[in-house]
Design a protein around this ligand. Structure first.
Ligand SMILES: Nc1nc2c(c(=O)[nH]1)N[C@H]1C(S)=C(S)[C@@H](COP(=O)(O)OP(=O)(O)OC[C@H]3O[C@@H](n4cnc5c(=O)[nH]c(N)nc54)[C@H](O)[C@@H]3O)O[C@H]1N2
Ligand SMILES: Nc1nc2c(c(=O)[nH]1)N[C@H]1C(S)=C(S)[C@@H](COP(=O)(O)OP(=O)(O)OC[C@H]3O[C@@H](n4cnc5c(=O)[nH]c(N)nc54)[C@H](O)[C@@H]3O)O[C@H]1N2
Ligand SMILES: [Mo]
Length: 764
């Protein structure tokens, strides 16, 4: 594959023919178009399965194929006709496989047999399921004697598998249950819990249809959540204000062409989306929103608008901390706000005016907010803004974090977290009659350090690709290889599986689209979407290989081999997933009725206490926060350092799903044939003496001793704010230090990495 980047004009609208064509190509490359489309028609339908793509409203029933580009591509990837058998591992040693690209590893196809690593020959060999369970079980029984374990989970995993996984871990004394959420939206959960007493947003899908202003912060839905696009386009068409806050003017926020609209396709037409673009500096959103609040307070004092702007009744009846917030807003100066946000007072007041003129505003956000140092404080500031005008318990208004993986909302409810609530642990212990360990519990990035220090000795991965999703690639790879045991349950081969501990196993599993038959017949699992709606998922395709097991079955069988059925009847779980759900209902009271309700077409929506103005916070109030702005954001610090210091963010292309790369292109940014690119503002290019197509090395600018470098990235001129550059995740993880994490959430600061650029010595 050529690595020389080809620039073309970028697409002028997201979606449209280009999305359809890209989906068709993905299906044709993996499987036949017809069987691909037939399966795609079952995605997110009442009698179908949860699409393995992104989470946006995965339960919205649609009469026809809902062309979510992500969903179709993830499905095509799962339905590939390629298979990895033992013969492949006979051909290559693990050291040789490490020289494969990530694309080539996944491109080998679906894993088909359980594998055990042989350290002497440096190869994976086939092993029977029974032997794998017996051997891993013996190791797990001895786990606590040798150190501790880390049980990682990706957000694609069903509730049933997630629940059993953490149960197995907790009975063994494990306390570290990091998930892909730790790398993404953890700050949203923490901030919302502190502010309103629930980790979930306050908005339902239908609220997007009623909103009269939608503020989109740090999210690129044209690429990452295509199903959100028609909602934004419709909002704009009915006159609602769609306001983008993003350092980049992303193509999808400018125009959208609906792949579902025959008329639009026939005319090659598209519709405008955002009415206003604000381009803050990375990490500058908290200052911008503080400025909006400051403007609102000022207008309220001066009674400039005839009607009252603050909803004082709402605030008096529901909120705590209002006076402190009012004071901190007054103390924060416009100079600080402008410096940090990179926006002018006029711009911020213009945004504030849109907000106060709206009766039903929604604030929605993505990882562009969560992957910064002060992400929790920023999200609390969004809540402050909503509280000021009483916009959280109102139809068509509220807070909507847009998380990524299909079940990232469900994981935490199932207890997959290193910091479970006391209530959850108490119930789990009561129902299963054991004593859970409460000390310890590391977030994902922290586990890298602990594995390197050999304090965590077992890495267990239920899905995902930890080696590439985690920061500090080299350090993370080294960390995994320090483990005594690494086990991965996976559908496709990836780099994590090659970072072997002394003992290492790969356990291949069924995909979401595949039929799961156990002793009591066909089984269903459940998924929770980002609007707190749970729904059933039943596969329709034949399994990719005869010997594959489902995730709940693998965990139950392994647990039985580890501890027998004495305390927990793992065999009962294995035979019938209804029994798993019965236990979930016992441990998680808000899910009572789950087993019956997920079988109804309407699914199961977890009641929102917030809509009844019940605040399950410590003081029983909706809490304003009153954080000072950060002294300086990474962007501010970088601008004061050398002129070759930049702030780098890692973002996604439409041709990848997280660490799975489908193609080396990004049609929305006009880049083809390579992902080894760095987007730089033309003025910065001149300043740094760079021309388009030059190759540069990107070096982390932190002053610890470790060298972190990305070599030979080609410069692409792009409309980023001065001093800010961008490249793709997961590649950027190589220059992101593991200790650079957000306050409270521990999320790696992947959207603000201080780096320097230097011309490469080699020719690319
Ligand atoms: N095609 C595709 N779709 C996906 C995924 C994928 O890999 N590929 N992954 C899925 C997953 S797991 C997730 S979590 C979601 C992620 O979905 P997004 O959060 O939309 O993903 P990113 O591409 O990381 O883009 C974040 C946006 O934040 C902006 N940004 C960066 N820093 C700042 C800042 O300081 N302030 C503001 N206001 N904006 C900022 C960036 O310019 C970018 O447009 O997508 C899901 N959907
Ligand atoms: N620098 C930087 N780093 C980031 C981010 C960023 O924006 N920038 N984003 C972060 C975010 S938001 C996320 S969500 C994480 C993603 O982190 P992960 O969830 O760890 O990564 P994925 O790429 O989604 O996982 C892909 C692998 O999952 C396996 N897989 C696929 N389907 C199934 C299945 O049905 N069952 C099982 N058991 N395995 C399956 C396949 O083996 C595949 O190789 O990355 C994070 N890391
Ligand atoms: Mo994510």
């Amino acid at each position: 594959m050529s690595s020389k980047v080809v620039f073309k004009k970028s697409a002028t609208a997201a979606g449209g023919w280009s999305a359809l064509w890209s989906c068709a190509q993905a299906l044709m490359q993996s499987t036949s178009l017809i069987s691909g489309i037939k399966t795609a028609l079952k995605v997110n339908q009442p009698d179908g399965f949860a699409g393995p793509g992104a989470a946006f409203a995965s339960s919205s029933p649609s009469p026809s194929i809902a062309v979510c580009e992500n969903g179709v591509k993830a499905l095509a990837s799962e339905m590939t006709e390629k298979r990895v058998t033992e013969a492949f591992f006979q051909e290559y040693t693990v050291s040789e496989l490490r020289t494969f690209s990530d694309f080539d590893l996944e491109d080998q196809g679906r894993l088909t047999v359980p594998l055990r690593y042989n350290k002497i020959t440096d190869r994976y060999n086939e092993i029977s399921w029974a032997d794998a369970f017996k051997e891993i079980g013996a190791e797990l029984r001895a786990l606590k004697k040798r150190g501790d374990g880390v049980f990682y989970t990706s957000g694609r995993i069903s509730n049933e598998a997630a629940f059993l996984y953490q149960l197995l871990g907790r009975i063994l004394g494990v306390t570290s249950f990091p998930s892909s959420t730790d790398f993404g939206h953890e700050a949203s959960g923490i901030a919302l819990e502190e502010a309103i007493g629930t980790r979930q947003g306050t908005v339902r899908l239908e609220d997007f249809e009623k909103a009269d202003a939608i503020f989109v912060f740090g999210l690129n839905p044209g690429t990452t959540h295509p199903l959100m696009m028609p909602l934004l386009r419709d909002a704009a068409a009915r006159g609602a204000q769609v306001v983008s806050f993003n350092p980049l003017k992303e193509c999808g926020m400018e125009r959208f062409s609906d792949p579902h609209s025959r008329l639009e396709l026939m005319r090659f037409g598209s519709s405008p989306v955002a009415s206003h673009f604000f381009t803050p500096k990375p990490g500058g959103d908290m200052a911008a929103v503080r400025g909006m609040a400051k403007a609102i307070f000022a207008w309220d004092y001066e009674r400039i608008l005839t009607h009252s702007i603050l909803d004082r009744v709402f605030i008096d009846e529901n909120c705590g901390g209002f006076e402190e917030f009012e004071k901190i807003a007054e103390l924060t100066t416009w100079k600080e706000i402008e410096d940090q946000s990179g926006l002018t007072r006029d711009q911020i007041e213009a945004a504030a005016l849109i907000y106060v003129q709206a009766d039903r505003p929604i604030i929605t956000w993505g990882t562009g907010i969560c992957q910064h140092k002060h992400s929790v404080a920023t999200i609390r500031e969004f809540m402050n803004l909503l509280f000021l005008r009483g916009k959280v318990c109102k139809a068509g208004a509220g807070a909507a974090p847009i998380s990524g993986n299909i079940n990232s909302s469900g994981l935490h409810r199932m207890g997959v977290t290193s910091h479970p609530s006391e209530t959850f642990l108490d119930r789990l212990q009561q129902v299963f009659n054991f004593e859970a360990e409460t000390q310890g519990g590391a977030q994902a990035a922290e586990t890298v350090k602990l594995m390197n220090e050999r304090k965590l000795r077992v890495f267990f991965g239920l899905g995902g690709n930890f080696a590439r999703a985690a920061p500090d690639t080299q350090l993370t790879e080294h960390a995994l290889r320090q483990c005594r045991l690494t086990v991965n349950i996976a559908s496709k081969l990836n780099r994590t599986h090659l970072m072997t501990g002394a003992l290492s196993y790969i356990l291949p599993c069924l995909g979401h689209s595949e039929v799961d038959i156990q002793r009591t017949g066909e089984q269903m699992v459940s998924i929770e979407d980002m609007f707190s709606k749970l729904h059933g998922s039943t596969g329709v395709n034949q399994p990719a290989a005869e010997g594959l097991m489902s995730e709940p079955a693998i965990i139950s069988a392994l647990a039985r081999a580890t501890m027998g059925n004495k305390h927990v009847n793992w065999s009962a779980f294995l035979d019938d997933y209804d029994v798993i759900r019965e236990k979930i209902e016992e441990v998680v009271p808000e899910l009572i009725g789950l087993n019956t309700k997920i079988r109804t077409p309407e699914g199961f929506t977890v009641p929102h206490a917030v809509s009844l103005r019940q605040w399950k916070t410590a003081k029983g109030r909706a809490e304003f926060s009153s954080y000072s702005l950060p002294l300086a954001t990474v962007a501010q610090k970088a601008s004061k350092a050398s002129k070759l210091t930049f702030i780098l963010q890692g973002l996604r292309s439409p041709e990848q799903f997280n660490t799975s790369i489908y193609k080396f292109e990004d049609r929305y940014r006009g880049v083809y044939a390579s992902r080894k690119v760095v987007f730089v503002n033309p003025a910065d290019m001149r300043r740094a003496g760079l021309a388009p197509g030059d190759t540069v090395d990107i070096t982390n600018a932190s002053d610890d001793k470790r060298q972190r470098k990305l070599l030979d990235f080609q410069v692409v001129p792009f409309n980023t704010p001065p001093g800010c550059i961008a490249s793709y995740f997961p590649e950027v993880n190589a220059v992101l230090p593991a200790e650079s994490v957000a306050d409270q959430s521990g999320t790696p600061t992947a959207k603000s990495i201080a780096v320097t650029l230097s011309k490469s010595r080699r020719r690319a």
